[in-house]
Design a protein around this ligand. Sequence first.
Ligand code: HEM
Length: 281
Amino acid sequence: MSCPHNNYREMEESIHTDFKEDMSYADYLCLDQVLQAQQPLSTQHDEMLFITIHQSSELWLKLAGHELSEAVSNIKNADFGHAFKVISRVKQIFIQLTQSWNILSTLTPVDYLKFRDALGHSSGFQSYSYRKLEFLLGNKNAKLLKVHQSNEAVYQDLNQVLHQPSLYDEVIKVLAKQGLQIDETVLARDFSQPYQKNNSVLKAWIEVYKNDEEYFQLYELAEKLVDIEDAFQQWRFKHMYTVQRIIGNKMGTGGSSGVSFLKKALDISFFPELFELRTHL
Ligand code: HEM
């Protein structure tokens, strides 16, 4: 019987304890591999936080890519219900990722400098899960594949996503299928190129928003996309701001100008017309 007085919980007889044959929690999750993957290169206490925050972010980024790939195929198959579900999940993943900057902010510039040299030229800029996500959302840039040349499997995967229609490209096809007039140049564009704002797409979205009841599903989809961009931009901003707090205007380990390079990413919109239409309502 549980006893509230002795601050102690009895082990229950029915609890499984023999995992010589049975699959355990650690077996299922490959925890030996995961928990041995934190290998600091310096003797500095704070390097563990730095590694942990990167590794956990990488897991979330990988999951976000998994979910967004699903959203792209859902939209392709006109399965809006499932698309909404996974897009909402991606938004929450980004909120979670943005929150993690607050933990990293406990790393002071002095703490970081003690082990920064150990990183060499490695940088989050080389994160392929992040790049895949940017490509899936439509921020295409073939030059960014270069840093992945030494990893054939990753290179091929990213190259494939670079050339395929992004989430927004698929959404624009839906606009056309629902009878809204979209320029052929947009529908048959080279998907490996960055998406350029287009007037026919803007007009179509204005039509959707002005007739929200008639186009309710598209209207809901558009607002979900805005949610994702909002959450993504908050991550970008918090990254840039945390970096500024930790390294000021120093160059990045990846070789860029650092904060000023990160600031330029804030000007990139995945769904430019969805923001512009607001001015025209
Ligand atoms: C002390 C902590 C950090 C610093 C000082 C830092 C600094 C930078 C800098 C300066 C860049 C630009 C590229 C370069 O020259 O290196 C960059 C890019 C990047 N970092 Fe970080 N970062 C930090 C933590 C993180 C964490 C925890 C993540 C999580 C995965 C991350 C992910 C990225 C990504 C994805 C990029 C590419 C962004 C883009 O292409 O716009 N960074 N970082």
